[in-house]
Ligand binder design. Structure first.
Ligand code: CU
Length: 157
């Protein structure tokens, strides 16, 4: 029993050490070292994106941050996988449904968290310059409910 406990403790320490290493790596990408770039053309113009972890175009878990200007709107859309959003700063309002309706949105401030289930239409708007962190299983894709809302690559940036 005691020996088993010791082995379990050693395993735990090993796991913890590995996790700590990952945390240390992640810290290299936080704060002023975050590399912001114009968000991909699938987003309405004006947003910036930084990849924190993983590859949004790959098939595994990825984490990105989006920096949105005041009043930035993302029209109703869906994703093929659950989208998990954590508000880092600013104010981010989210609504569920196929029609943008500002009166039905839930406003989230820093620390707020919301999950948009796969294939369920939702929309969003920022109030003030806002940073959100999105994590999901890749590959990341957005399908706009109204095809006319799909940003045109030629008008980006
Ligand atoms: Cu979304």
């Amino acid at each position: 029993m005691t020996r088993l406990t010791t082995i379990a403790a050693l395993l735990f320490i090993g796991t913890f050490a590995a996790a700590t290493k990952h945390v240390a790596l992640a810290q290299g990408g936080s704060g002023p070292e975050i590399k912001w770039e114009p968000a991909p053309a699938v987003f309405p113009s004006g947003a910036q994106m930084a990849v924190m972890q993983g590859d949004p175009s790959g098939t595994g878990l990825f984490t990105v941050r989006l920096r949105l200007p005041d009043g930035y709107r993302i029209p109703p859309h869906t994703h093929p996988t659950d989208e998990h959003v954590t508000v880092v700063s600013g104010s981010f309002a989210v609504g569920m449904g196929k029609t943008f309706d500002a009166s039905k949105m839930m406003a989230l401030s820093a620390g707020g968290f919301v999950t948009a289930p796969a294939n369920e239409a939702h929309y969003a708007m920022s109030r003030g310059v806002t940073v959100v962190q999105v994590h999901a299983m890749g590959p990341f894709a957005m399908t706009y409910v109204n095809p006319a809302d799909t940003p045109k690559a030629s008008t980006q940036r």
